[in-house]
Write a protein that binds this ligand. Structure first.
Ligand code: OSB
Ligand code: MG
Length: 374
């Protein structure tokens, strides 16, 4: 298979509700989309998860745009690949960092391959599920009461896991209010997006009374050591997100004991090859994994849903349906969730299993660039 052309486009999609995490609030997603074409005329679409600001990662949509145009795409354009697993190593050789930029291209190549073969992306990667369990990630609210109200609505919609964003000043009271309202059986977890320091460890110890499924990323993205120190004292499992930028960091986490759960986001780790490797490393070690989200459009969501169909993804993912984020998505059909919190894999359709609404994308496009071989 040869990738002959990649068209880059930027679109903007306004979120129905602003999404607040410890490091900032997102009102609108500026999204970098890729349209890949092979030598037979097969077309695949992919999405870069980088945000507008360098708060979750150092990458932004603007750094990713340059990286893809000047460094990532030139490595794959016009090159014959026997299998999509060959793309990842090609993008790593003498090319540091920028996993989100690499992932967009690498994942597009996986989908292109699945579409050529006429099989679903899930089956191409060895997925074993026909539907995936869905949880919701709820942003920071102004008061515990407002949060409890949203949790009630989301449980009524069918979500199987509630993840509550926290930061110092909006943590224990908020989580306690939810636990008291919905009882000990509610599958509840929290995500701090690196908002705490080692000096907050005593406060974090108090989280053990909440019966949480896990605490996601309390400390800095590059601090596996303090995560290990905290995990040694804490009964609640620590889940790492920002810290796991590739298979090597997953191995370090295991060696150091920095956590007991991993949130895998293919866009964060450089793509599907790395995601599959992390999945396998964790499975071998008996570490549960689940698929995180980056407020993706229906295109990125399709990749996440396919990934979450692997056997090791044993916990509900942040895989909300289209209507949770957007008035209207850019894929057809839109992603839906059943009343009992399941998203069905479109296994009878090629690739990610949804078609792209190209007219709508055209009307939303603010810039585009065509990249070709040579
Ligand atoms: O930390 O998991 C995170 C969104 C943007 C950046 C980081 C995170 C998130 C989410 C949203 O939690 C998950 C979703 O896409 O629904
Ligand atoms: Mg997270």
């Amino acid at each position: 298979m040869i990738t002959e052309r990649i068209i880059m486009r930027e679109i903007a999609l306004r979120l129905k509700e602003p999404f607040r995490i410890s490091s900032g609030t997102t009102f609108e997603r500026r999204i970098l989309l890729l349209e890949l074409l092979d030598e037979e005329g097969t077309v695949a679409w992919a999405e870069c998860v980088a945000g507008e600001h360098p708060n979750y990662s150092y990458e932004t949509i603007d750094t990713a745009w340059l990286m893809i145009r000047d460094h990532v795409a030139p490595r794959v354009l016009g090159r014959e690949l026997g299998h999509p697993t060959e793309a990842g190593p090609l993008l790593e050789r003498d090319f540091r960092g920028h996993p989100m930029a690499k992932a967009a291209v690498e994942m597009g190549i996986w989908d292109l391959h699945a579409r050529r073969e006429g099989i679903s992306l899930s089956r191409l990667i060895g997925g074993v599920r026909t539907a995936v369990e869905t949880g919701i990630s709820i942003g920071i609210h102004d008061s515990p009461g407002a949060l409890v109200g949203e949790v009630a609505d989301r449980l009524a919609e069918g979500y199987r896991k509630i993840k509550v964003k926290i930061m110092p000043g909006a943590d224990l009271d908020f989580l306690r209010a939810v636990r008291e309202e919905f009882g000990p059986d509610l599958p509840l977890m929290t995500d701090a997006n690196s908002a705490y320091r080692a000096s907050d460890s005593e406060r974090l110890m108090a989280f053990d009374d909440l019966g949480l499924m896990m605490i996601e990323q309390p400390f800095a993205h590059d601090d596996l050591l303090e995560h290990a120190r905290l995990q040694a004292r804490l009964t609640t499992p620590i889940c790492l997100d920002e810290s796991i930028t590739g298979p090597d960091r997953a191995r370090d986490m295991l060696k150091l004991g920095s956590g007991r759960v991993v949130n895998i986001k293919p866009g964060r780790v450089g793509g599907f090859r790395a995601s599959l490797a992390i999945h396998d490393i964790c499975r071998e070690a008996g570490i549960p994994v689940w698929c995180g989200g980056m407020l993706e459009s229906g295109i990125g969501r399709g990749y996440n849903v396919a990934l979450a169909s692997l056997a090791g993804f044993t916990l509900p993912g942040d895989l909300s349906p289209s209507a949770r984020y957007w008035e209207r998505d850019i894929v057809l059909p839109e992603w839906r969730m059943s009343g009992d919190g399941m998203v069905t894999l479109p296994l009878d359709r090629p690739g990610i299993g949804v078609e792209v609404d190209t007219d709508r994308i055209s009307s939303l496009t603010s810039r585009s660039e065509i990249l070709s071989a040579g």
